[in-house]
Design a protein around this ligand. Structure first.
Ligand code: DUC
Ligand code: ZN
Ligand code: ZN
Length: 483
């Protein structure tokens, strides 16, 4: 029998479907055997007492994404994927963002240049469509989807990104005919603009008021509208970064009607509240800027609804929405100074390395979700949603050997000094968690081993995504996979 390049011995394996004990044989970067007693490989890792989980798939993160206002993202494809790997994530899907008035293909080419030679784990791109001209809809987007960029995000807010309802319908129509998955940022732009002006007129400009400028009704209305537009266009969509009860209610309603409506949530809606932005119970001064993200964190009652929805299947995806802006830096959260209104604070917080440990500790260890559900939400679900399954998101013969050896008993107090991103803070400073990834393998190569980075920059490969079955209206056959 041909020898294995690597054998992982003694681990308890968890996939989205089951938990079982087996040795894992790896050859040529793929899982080649799962069996009770495999012979030693060229290299053998004793993983007794550890879990072997599919490497995480972080299907919503922002790395080195150009912005229009002088803000610079702190993480590029090296520092961002390095942090991802240390946190147990082996596939990332950031966004190639079209600037209004510019070509979508140019945005993709530019993003490939930014990534070149840097990632330590595999990566795919989502697109952001901000200017759906006839050329973009008729030529660029269909060609890009066929080239393996099979998902794109559209925004219902932000002046430089938002689409009108008519534009959304036209773009959804392309997704329908080409088999793409559409991610929707659901917040009502006019409501936010009106509330922001009002708050500023009243002198209420501190970071805390960011939350008041985007109350739950703003998200609820847009979520409902997104659902209606998806129903009208007869194409599935995924609502990203769902923050609380009112949006969840809309999503449940749509799912209950049989609409193909998918949803994602993120750590900030389980672990942060509006108090983290400031106010009488929050941090002083401008500190709350560290937790400014959109939609904003809500309250404990909303957190409970998000937990319930994670448990009972409303959500298919749990991603970080890592949007890395430094705090004490003129190109980050302080881009317009500490006296500036909340409207000028870049939206988004870091979390690519802490996503899995936080959910494992508070979800699996506390018994809120099972281990297979954890794997489904963090790896298999996003891989399926974006056409990467079964190559990614599972441990099965033929799949890439993207495996995380996880110590389920290791206790860690999260502190920014120990993280590997390039951001100068973590919103989760001081939180104690149980369970931490100790070894991360990407296609059979050890990327991280007990705190040491072993893979070189550029180890990560670009992934072309297949058109996911999930992206098609019922009864429409998908084209052949792209890989
Ligand atoms: N939306 C995101 O998806 N990420 C960061 C900020 C935002 O509004
Ligand atoms: Zn968004
Ligand atoms: Zn995002």
């Amino acid at each position: 029998m041909e020898t294995f390049d690597l054998v992982i011995r003694g681990a308890t394996i968890a996939t989205a479907a089951e938990v079982f004990k087996a040795d894992i044989g790896v050859r040529g970067g793929r899982v080649a055997a799962l069996a009770d007693h495999l012979p030693d490989g060229e290299r053998t890792i004793d993983a007794t007492g550890l879990l072997a989980l599919p490497g995480g798939v972080d299907s919503h993160c922002h790395l080195d994404q150009p912005t229009g206002d002088g803000t610079v993202m702190a993480d590029d494809f090296l520092t961002g994927t390095r942090a991802a790997a240390f946190g147990g994530t082996t596939t990332v899907i950031p966004f190639a963002c079209q600037q209004k008035g510019r070509s979508l293909r140019d945005a993709v080419d530019d993003y490939h240049r930014r990534a070149a030679g840097k990632p330590v784990v595999d990566y795919a791109f989502h697109l952001i469509v901000s200017d759906p001209t006839p050329t973009v809809r008729g030529q660029e987007l269909p060609a890009l989807i066929r080239d393996g960029y099979t998902s794109f995000k559209i925004y219902m807010t932000y002046d430089d990104l938002k689409l009108s309802d008519r534009e959304i319908l036209e773009v959804l129509d392309v997704a329908r005919s080409e088999g793409a998955m559409v991610m929707m940022h659901a917040e009502n732009a006019d409501c936010i603009a009106w509330l922001t002006d009002k708050l500023e007129r009243a002198g209420q400009t501190a970071p805390f008021f960011h939350g008041l400028s985007r109350p739950p009704v703003v998200e609820r209305e847009a979520t409902h509208r997104a659902i209606a537009l998806s129903e009208l266009a007869d194409v599935p969509i995924l609502i990203v970064h769902v923050s609380g009860a009112e949006a969840v209610e809309q999503i449940r309603w749509a799912q209950g009607r049989g609409l193909r409506l998918y949803a994602e949530t993120c750590p900030q809606y389980l672990f942060l509240t509006a108090d983290d932005l400031g106010g009488p119970h929050g941090p002083p001064g401008f500190e709350g800027a560290k937790c400014v993200c959109s939609p904003p964190p809500r309250d404990a009652a909303n957190q409970r609804v998000i937990w319930d929805a994670l448990e009972n299947g409303v959500f298919q995806v749990f991603s970080s929405d890592h949007a890395p802006f430094r705090y004490d830096d003129p190109q980050g959260k302080k881009v317009r100074g500490e006296a500036a209104s909340f409207r000028h604070v870049p939206n988004g917080i870091p979390g690519i390395e802490t996503r899995l440990p936080l959910l494992f500790s508070e979800g699996v260890v506390r018994g809120r979700i099972t281990l297979p559900r954890f794997v489904e939400l963090t790896a298999a679900g996003p891989a399926r949603m974006y056409g990467l399954h079964p190559r990614k998101g599972t441990i099965a013969v033929g799949a890439d050997a993207d495996i995380v050896l996880w110590d389920p008993e290791r206790r860690v107090t999260i502190t920014n000094a120990d993280l590997h991103h390039n951001v100068d803070y973590t919103p989760y400073e001081g939180m104690a968690v149980t369970g931490w990834p100790v070894v991360t393998l990407s296609r059979g190569v050890v990327v991280c081993d007990h705190g040491r980075l072993l893979a070189p920059a550029g180890h990560g490969e670009f992934l072309r995504c297949a058109s996911p079955d999930l992206a098609r209206p019922k009864g429409v056959r998908p084209p052949a996979p792209a890989f």
